[in-house]
Design a protein around this ligand. Structure first.
Ligand code: ATP
Length: 353
C-alpha cells in the first residue's frame, strides 16, 4: 500500500547569478512512487533535490506535498530524509550514535532505538562497525551509514543524491535491492538522482531524464529505453546505432546501412533518425535466406570484437557505416568474417529529433 507523500513540482525554477540550474520544471510524483532523476553532470539534478528538501529556495514556481505548498517551509518541517553526496556524518559520534541520532531527537524510547538501529545496521552490513568513528571507515562504509541514518527515521519523502556512487559493483547491487525492498515495504515517495542509466532502470517506477535544467522525457523505464523522445535521450540511455534515415514508403526507410523494413512509421514523411539497439541485432554466418519471420538481412564484415563478459560486442561494417551488435560471449565469431546482419523490423526505432 502506498503511504508516501505526493510531490508536485509546478514551474519550478532556480536561477543562480549567471545561469538557470532548473528551468520551469513540472513533475507529479505519486505517493509511494520511486522516481529517478537521470542526466549528465551539471544538468540540475542536485539543485532539484535541494529545492524539494528545503536546503535551497526556488527562484520561481512551487513545490507541494499532498497538495499543500512547502516552498516556504524550512527543512525540518518537511519530513524528508536526504542522503547527500557528501555524507554529512557527525565526526565525533560512533556509527551507532550517528544512526540513532534522528530517533533520539524525535524522543523514541531507548529499547526501540536499539532495535531499529540494529535492524538498519544489519541491513547495510555494518554491525561489526557500530563502535567506530566515521574517520575509521572507508568511503563506501560512510555512505552506508548515511543511508542507514536517513532510513531509520522512516521519512515520508526520501531524497537520494547519487547514494551508491562510491560503492563497488557487488555492494552497489546489494544496496540497490535493499533500497528497492525497503522502499516498497515502507512506501515512502522517493526521488533519487543518478547519471547511471542502468541504475535508473533498475530502481525507477518512472525515470525523469534531465538536460540543461529541463525535463526532456518522463516515463516508465521500458518506455524511455525503447521509445526515447529524441536522439539525445536515446544516446543517454545507451543507444548508439543511430543514423539519418529517409522514409521511402510507410514501412521502409533508407539508411547508410541500406534499405530497412520498419514495423510502423508514425513519424510522418521525410527524414528522421533510425535507432537499432546492440542487443536487437543478430549476426549469422549462414548465407541462406531466412525461413522464419520477417527480418532485414544485410551483408557486412566484422571489423572488431570486444569481449565484455556476458556478451561479445561486434562491430560490423555494413554499407557506408558500422553497426554494433552484442552476441553471446560463447559465439565463435572472428574479425574479418563476412556475415549476415539480421534486424527485426519491430526493433528499429524512429526518432524525429
Ligand atoms: P552532478 O551530477 O555533477 O552533481 P547535477 O546535475 O546535480 O550535477 P547541479 O549540481 O544541480 O547539477 O548544478 C546545476 C548547475 O547549476 C551547474 O552548472 C552548477 O554549476 C550550477 N550551480 C549549482 N549550485 C550552484 C551555486 N550555489 N551557485 C552557482 N551555480 C550553481
Amino acid at each position: 500500500m502506498r503511504q508516501g507523500t505526493r510531490i508536485t513540482l509546478e514551474g519550478l525554477s532556480k536561477q543562480y547569478a549567471d545561469q538557470t540550474a532548473v528551468h520551469h520544471m513540472n513533475l507529479d510524483v505519486a505517493g509511494g512512487e520511486f522516481v529517478v532523476l537521470l542526466g549528465p553532470s551539471g544538468c540540475g539534478k542536485t539543485t532539484t533535490l535541494r529545492l524539494v528538501s528545503g536546503l535551497d529556495t526556488p527562484s520561481a514556481g512551487d513545490i507541494a506535498f499532498d497538495g499543500h505548498t512547502v516552498a516556504n517551509l524550512p527543512v525540518q518541517q518537511r519530513n524528508v530524509g536526504l542522503v547527500s553526496q557528501r555524507f554529512n556524518l557527525f565526526p565525533h559520534m560512533r556509527v551507532y550514535d550517528n544512526v540513532a541520532f534522528g530517533l533520539s531527537v524525535r524522543g523514541v524510547g531507548a529499547s526501540e532505538i536499539r532495535e531499529r538501529v540494529h535492524v538498519m545496521l544489519e541491513a547495510v552490513q555494518l554491525v561489526p562497525y557500530a563502535d567506530r568513528f566515521p574517520s575509521q571507515l572507508s568511503g563506501g562504509q560512510m555512505q552506508r551509514v548515511a543511508i542507514a541514518r536517513t532510513l531509520v527515521t522512516e521519512p515520508k519523502v526520501l531524497l537520494l543524491d547519487e547514494p551508491f556512487a562510491s560503492l563497488d559493483t557487488s555492494l552497489r547491487m546489494e544496496m540497490r535491492s535493499f533500497l528497492k525492498e525497503l522502499q516498497r515495504d515502507m512506501g515512502m515517495t522517493t526521488l533519487l538522482v543518478t547519471h547511471d542509466q542502468t541504475e535508473a532502470m533498475d530502481l525507477a517506477d518512472r525515470i525523469a531524464v534531465m538536460f540543461d535544467g529541463h525535463l526532456a522525457q518522463v516515463g516508465v523505464p521500458e518506455d524511455v529505453y525503447h521509445h526515447p523522445i529524441s536522439e539525445r535521450v536515446a544516446r543517454f540511455m545507451g543507444a548508439s546505432n543511430i543514423a539519418p534515415a529517409t522514409m521511402v514508403s510507410p514501412d521502409c526507410i533508407d539508411t547508410p546501412w541500406g534499405k530497412l523494413q520498419v514495423a510502423k512509421a508514425d513519424v510522418g514523411a521525410g527524414s528522421c533518425k533510425a535507432m537499432v539497439r546492440y542487443e536487437a541485432i543478430g549476426i549469422s554466418l549462414d548465407k541462406e535466406p531466412l525461413l522464419n519471420g520477417p527480418a532485414n538481412r544485410l551483408s557486412g564484415t566484422i571489423t572488431s570484437i570486444e569481449f565484455l563478459g556476458p556478451v561479445k560486442r561486434c562491430t560490423v561494417q555494413v554499407g557506408a557505416e558500422c553497426l554494433i551488435a552484442d552476441q553471446p560471449s560463447t559465439s565463435s565469431l572472428q574479425v574479418g568474417q563476412p556475415v549476415a546482419v539480421l534486424i527485426c523490423p519491430d526493433h528499429i526505432g524512429l526518432l524525429r529529433k
